[in-house]
Design a protein around this ligand. Structure first.
Ligand SMILES: [Zn+2]
Length: 389
């Protein structure tokens, strides 16, 4: 006789305990935020909720223990008002949602899009740091303490910018920001020019220098790092084998030229495709379909930092400072359910690494493992929970 799956009832109990003990999930200005709650089927099953105080919110979370909690990036006079226009919008943080699935990694072809491996997590962390250190700080001038980062709870990071100047930005201005960081609409004719060498009929290609601001400097710096990385990295972006070889051999000379704005050494046949791939390598991977909307939509709801993600059981852990990301290991530092063991029937070809231990692969077998990895497999749909041990 097949035994009943205890996963859902155990999850409710674990969530309720978590929200009773944790104090790290109260957003700033809680009474001006809209909240949405989700079940295992829909991440936002209902919304337009308002809580007047941390204590009221805490009580709700202990009693209802929802698997997903979202919170508006906006502040409102009347967060519970409906329709949206009745909420009295005050302003919205600028937010970015970076997800390993938007990065088209080779590992994902092997393990599928719903699984997350160490390589996924490392890549999306590097992408998040790129967004902050190559764009938000140098190009937009935000300071460290205006940028808050939290793990998404599954396979990415959320970046919130809370700055007086961004609060009132409308949708169009937010779209300009997301276009800029994804490298859309850059005009190459404005950064590269052909000039005649004085007193001759020779043309020379004048381009950006690495110390220039904005995209011009990024393109120059990226290209210099690519020629120094070897000829394979040049071939990958569509440079002919023979030209790649020559560029690599003469890299010191090419680099010196570019540092002075002289790109003449870089002869490339199909310039537009070539630059497109240089830009793609340097732009921040955001999904056109979903995540740019996250940044553009001033009424967007995003996972509450400090809450639990119902698809993994991990905490959407807040970083005290974005630089702490360097040492942050989600599969250790975001683990929530740290007590007891569960007996499960697990079925997965993948190996789960958590808290320095490995679990699986499992071939429909009954195993007793710690609560956190067991719940992770249950929430990924790869295990059935038999009993709490
Ligand atoms: Zn992966």
């Amino acid at each position: 006789m097949a035994s009943e799956d205890l996963g859902l009832s155990l999850l409710s109990k674990l969530l309720s305990d978590f929200y009773r003990k944790s104090a790290a999930y109260f957003p700033e200005r809680i009474d001006e935020r809209e909240f949405g709650m989700g079940d295992l089927e829909r991440k936002i099953a209902f919304r337009h909720l308002q809580f007047k105080s941390n204590e009221e919110f805490r009580k709700y979370m202990i009693v209802n223990a929802p698997p997903y909690v979202s919170c508006s990036s906006a502040y409102y006079h009347f967060p519970a008002g409906r329709p949206m226009s009745a909420k009295g919008w005050i302003g919205s943080e600028l937010i970015f949602d970076l997800d390993a699935n938007d990065m088209h990694l080779d590992c994902q072809k092997a393990h599928g899009g719903s699984w997350v491996c160490d390589n996924c997590l490392e890549n999306v962390k590097a992408e998040t740091l790129k967004l902050i250190e190559d764009f938000l700080i140098p190009d937009f001038g935000f300071s460290d303490n205006e940028i808050r980062v939290n793990f998404s709870g599954n396979r990415g990071y959320h970046v919130h910018v809370n700055n007086e100047a961004v609060m009132k930005l409308d949708t169009d201005s937010r779209k300009e920001v997301s276009d800029y960081i994804s490298g859309h609409g850059i005009n190459f004719d404005s950064i590269f020019k052909e000039e005649m060498v004085r007193g001759s009929k020779i043309r020379k290609l004048v381009g950006p220098k690495p110390d220039e601001k904005g995209w011009s400097g990024k393109v120059a710096r990226k290209f210099i790092s690519m020629i120094n990385n070897g000829k394979e990295s040049l071939e990958q972006i569509g440079i002919d084998k023979s030209i790649a070889k020559r560029l690599y051999e003469k890299r010191a000379l090419v680099e010196m030229g570019i540092r002075n704005g002289n790109w003449d050494m870089v002869y490339i046949k199909n310039k537009s495709d070539f630059w497109k791939s240089v830009i793609e390598k340097q732009a921040v991977a955001q999904s056109d379909r979903i995540d740019k909307n996250v940044t553009n939509d001033t009424g967007h709801m995003i996972r509450l930092a400090g809450s639990i993600h119902g698809g993994s059981g991990l905490v959407a852990r807040k970083m005290a400072a974005y630089r702490n990301m360097d040492r942050f290991d989600p599969m250790k530092d975001a683990v929530a359910f740290r007590e007891g063991n569960l007996k499960i029937i697990a079925d997965t070809k993948n190996v789960l690494s958590m808290n320095g231990k490995e679990y699986g692969p499992y071939n429909k077998e009954e195993v007793t493992i710690e609560t956190a990895p067991a719940m992770y497999l249950y929430l990924k749909g790869l295990a059935k929970v038999i009993s709490a041990e």
